[in-house]
Design a protein around this ligand. Structure first.
Ligand code: COA
Ligand code: AMP
Length: 633
C-alpha cells in the first residue's frame, strides 16, 4: 500500500509543519525563525535560517563516515577516460578551488558563470561557488556566443570559469573562441577567466585576463590554501539558471539555498526510493536544471555516488553504452530524457545489447524533460524489466511537480500520465476564465500559491517579470505554461505548452527567439517558427520565411543563410535545420499568424479552418510548401 495519499494529506493539513520536519534532514548553522514568510512581496522559505549547501553536499559526509566512498564517478566514453573522487577527495578539490576563487576576489553574492562541458571540474566549480556563498550560473556548451553574452550581461559575473573545449561526436567544440566572442559582444566585462586546458584542444590565453585552472590549483595546494564554508541565509541565492522565455531574452531562474536543499533531499528517498550510499546516474548535462538538481546537488546531499557521464546514448561507441555504465558502476537508478531512449530504441530495436551486461544492480528508470510517449515507455519497461517512471517538472520548480513516488510506494502506472502531485503542489486545472476545469477537461495547469521550497522565489533582479510571467494570468496561482488535464483519480496528464516554447531532444527552446533571429536577416520580411513532431527528438523547429519584395536572390541560398544564422546566434542545440520560403503566411484578420493551425497541418493532425482567417487560400499554399519539403505528415 502506498503511503502517498497519507503523506500528501498530511502536507495539505499543515504545510509548514511538513517542511519543518523535512528540514531536519539538513544541517543548519542556524535554524529558521519562520518556516514560511512573505518578505518584500516574495514568498520565502526558512526565513532567518543560515546554512551552507556545499557543507551539506560534501563536508558533512566526510565527517559522517563517507570520506572514502566515491562521491563522483566520471565516465567519458567520448574521450575513453574514467576517474573517481571519494567524498574526501572531492572536499579537497572543492575547498582548494573555492580558495582560488576567493583569491580572485570572488565573495558572497558575487556571480560566477561556468561555461563547462561534462567534466568533474564543472561540479567542483559549482560546489566551490556554493562554499563561499558565490552565485553560479552554468551556461550549456551548445549555446552560441550571443546567448552566452546575454547571460553575461544579465548575471554580471565577476569571473567566468571555462574549459578549452567540449567534445561532440566527430568534432571538438573549442570554447575559448566562443567565450572571447561573447565577452566582446557583452557590455559587462568579467574581472577574469579561469580556463581548464583539456588535452583535446589548447586554448590561447589573453594576458591579464585569463588564468590557467591547473596552475592556480597547484599553486593553491602548494600553499596549503583551503576555503571554509561561508554561512549564507537560507534565502540567499545559490544559483541563477537561464531558461527560455517567450522572447529571445532568457529568464534568470533564481534558486535559494535552504528551500532547495530541503526539497531535493526529500525527493531522494520519497520520490526516487534511493538510499544514501547508492549509485545514482542522471544522463543529462550540468547546463540544464536536471543536471543541477540530479547530477550535482540532490545525490550529494543524500550521500550517494553520482555519475558524470560525457557521452551520448548512441554512437559513443554504441547503443549499449548506458548498459555498460550501469553494470560497471553498479547504478541503482538512471534518470534521463525519453529522447535518449528513443535514440537507443532506433539503433537497437530488440534491445539485444542489454543482454551483454549484468544489470542486476539496476532498479528503476526515471524519465522527464519532455513527454514520455507510451511506445518508448513500454519498450523500456519490457526490455529493462524495471519500473519506468515518468515525472514532470520545470527549470522553475527544480524538482518534481507530479510523479509516481517510489519511496512512498508506487501507485498504479497509467501510460501518458506523469501520475500525481507531490506534497507542496496543490494543482488546479483552470479554464480561460480562471475557473476549475472538470476532471478530464484540458486547461492551464496551475499551482496554487505559495510554491513549495526549492521553487524559484523570483527571476534574477526582475521581480516584475517574475510576477508578470507566472502570476498574472491566474491570480493566486503559478502558471506552469503547460496545458493538460487531471483524471478522476487525480492523475495529471501534460499535453502541450501554452506558450511558444518547444522541446527539442529534452532541450527547452523558444520559437520566438528563433523568429527574432530569422527576422534579423536583411531579406526576410516576416517569419514563423513551429515545433514539428519528430520521432527522435520529440519536436524539431521549422521556419517559414516571407522575403522582402524586390529580393531577387535564390530563396535556397537565403534559407541556408537563415539556418546558419540560427546556429550562429542561438547555437547548435536549437537543431534548426529547415527554413522554407513561402509567399505569405496565414493570418487572422487582426494580423496574428496562425502558428497553431500550421503546426497541425505539419503534424498531420485534424484541423479546422479558423473562423477569423484572413484568406483561406493561404493554408493551401502552406500545405503545398510543406509537402514539397517533406514536412507535412
Ligand atoms: N556543446 C556543443 N554542441 C552541442 C552540445 C554541447 N554541450 N550538446 C549538443 N550539441 C550539438 C550537437 O552536436 C548537435 O550538433 P549538430 O547539429 O552539429 O549535429 C546539436 O547540438 C543538437 O544536439 P542534440 O539535440 O543533443 O542532438 P544529437 O543529434 O547530437 O543527439 C540525442 C540526440 C537524443 C542522442 C541527445 O539529444 C541526447 O543524448 N539526449 C539525452 C537527453 C538530454 O540530455 N536531455 C537534456 C535535458 S534532461
Ligand atoms: P525545462 O524547464 O527545460 O525542464 O522544461 C520544462 C518543460 O518540459 C515543461 O514545462 C514541460 O513542457 C516539459 N516537460 C518536462 N517534463 C515533462 C514530462 N514528464 N511530461 C511532459 N512534458 C514534460
Amino acid at each position: 500500500m502506498s503511503q502517498y495519499q497519507a503523506v500528501y494529506e498530511a502536507w495539505k493539513a499543515d504545510p509548514e509543519n511538513f517542511w519543518k520536519e523535512a528540514a531536519k534532514e539538513i544541517d543548519w548553522i542556524k535554524p529558521a525563525d519562520k518556516i514560511f514568510d512573505v518578505v518584500d512581496g516574495l514568498d520565502r522559505w526558512f526565513v532567518g535560517g543560515q546554512c551552507n549547501t556545499c557543507y551539506n553536499c560534501v563536508d558533512r559526509h566526510v565527517e559522517g563516515g563517507r570520506a572514502d566512498q566515491p562521491a563522483v564517478i566520471y565516465d567519458s566514453p567520448i574521450t575513453g577516460k574514467k576517474a573517481s573522487l571519494t567524498y574526501k577527495e572531492l572536499l579537497d578539490e572543492v575547498a582548494t578551488f573555492a580558495a582560488v576563487l576567493a583569491d580572485q576576489g570572488v565573495g558572497k553574492g558575487d556571480r560566477v558563470i561556468c561555461y563547462m562541458p561534462m567534466i568533474v571540474e564543472a561540479t567542483i566549480s559549482m560546489l566551490a561557488c556554493a562554499r563561499i556563498g558565490a552565485v553560479h550560473s552554468v551556461v550549456f556548451g551548445g549555446f552560441a556566443p550571443k546567448e552566452l553574452a546575454t547571460r553575461i550581461d544579465d548575471a554580471k559575473p565577476n569571473l567566468i570559469v571555462t574549459a578549452s573545449c567540449g567534445i561532440e561526436p566527430g568534432r571538438i567544440v573549442e570554447y575559448k573562441p566562443l567565450l572571447d566572442e561573447a565577452i566582446e559582444l557583452s557590455a559587462h566585462k568579467p574581472g577574469g577567466c579561469i580556463l581548464l586546458q583539456r588535452e583535446q584542444a589548447t586554448a590561447s590565453m589573453i594576458e591579464g585576463r585569463d588564468q590557467d585552472w591547473s596552475e592556480l590549483v597547484s599553486a593553491a595546494k602548494a600553499a596549503g590554501k583551503w576555503a571554509e564554508c561561508v554561512p549564507v541565509a537560507a534565502t540567499d541565492p545559490l544559483y541563477i539558471l537561464y531558461t527560455s522565455g517567450t522572447t529571445g531574452v532568457p529568464k534568470g531562474v533564481v534558486r535559494d539555498n535552504g528551500g532547495h536543499m530541503v526539497a531535493l533531499k526529500w525527493t531522494m528517498w520519497n520520490m526516487y526510493g534511493i538510499e544514501p550510499g547508492d549509485v545514482w546516474w542522471t544522463a543529462s548535462d550540468v547546463g540544464w536544471v536536471v543536471g543541477h538538481s540530479y547530477i550535482v546537488y540532490a545525490p550529494l546531499l543524500h550521500g550517494c555516488t553520482t555519475i558524470v557521464f560525457e557521452g551520448k546514448p548512441v554512437g559513443t561507441p554504441d547503443a549499449g553504452t548506458f548498459w555498460r555504465v550501469i553494470s560497471e558502476h553498479g547504478v541503482a537508478a538512471l534518470f534521463t530524457a525519453p529522447t535518449a531512449f528513443r535514440a537507443i530504441k532506433k539503433e537497437d530495436p530488440q534491445g539485444q545489447l542489454i543482454g551483454n551486461y549484468d544489470m542486476s544492480c539496476f532498479k528503476t528508470l526515471f524519465l522527464a524533460g519532455e513527454r514520455a510517449d507510451p511506445d518508448t515507455l513500454q519498450w523500456a519497461e519490457e526490455k529493462l524489466k524495471v519500473p519506468v517512471i515518468d515525472h514532470w517538472w520545470q527549470t522553475e520548480t527544480g524538482w518534481t511537480i507530479a510523479g509516481n513516488p517510489l519511496g512512498l510506494g508506487l501507485l498504479p502506472v497509467k501510460h501518458g500520465s506523469s501520475t500525481v502531485p507531490m506534497p507542496g503542489y496543490l494543482m488546479r486545472i483552470l479554464d480561460d476564465e480562471g475557473n476549475e476545469a472538470k476532471r478530464g477537461d484540458i486547461g492551464a495547469i496551475c499551482v496554487k500559491l505559495p510554491l513549495p521550497p526549492g521553487c524559484l522565489p523570483t527571476l534574477w533582479q526582475d521581480d516584475e517579470r517574475f510576477q508578470e510571467s507566472y502570476m498574472s494570468a491566474f491570480p493566486g496561482h503559478y502558471e506552469t505554461s503547460d496545458a493538460g488535464y487531471m483524471d478522476e483519480d487525480g492523475y495529471i496528464y501534460i499535453m502541450a505548452r501554452t506558450d511558444d516554447i518547444i522541446n527539442v531532444a529534452g532541450h527547452r527552446l523558444s520559437t520566438g527567439g528563433m523568429e527574432e533571429v530569422l527576422a534579423s536577416h536583411p531579406d526576410v520580411a516576416e517569419c514563423a517558427v513551429l515545433g514539428i513532431a519528430d520521432n527522435l527528438k520529440g519536436q524539431i523547429p521549422a521556419g517559414f520565411i516571407v522575403l522582402n519584395s524586390g529580393v531577387d536572390r535564390s530563396p535556397g541560398d537565403i534559407e541556408k543563410e537563415c539556418v546558419s544564422l540560427v546556429r550562429a546566434k542561438i547555437g547548435p542545440v536549437a537543431a534548426f535545420k529547415t527554413a522554407v520560403t513561402v509567399i505569405r503566411l496565414p493570418k487572422t484578420r487582426s494580423g496574428k499568424i496562425l502558428r497553431g493551425t500550421m503546426r497541425k497541418i505539419a503534424d498531420g493532425e485534424a484541423w479546422s479552418m479558423p473562423a477569423t482567417i484572413d484568406d483561406p487560400a493561404i493554408l493551401d499554399e502552406i500545405t503545398d510548401a510543406m509537402k514539397d519539403r517533406g514536412i507535412a505528415n
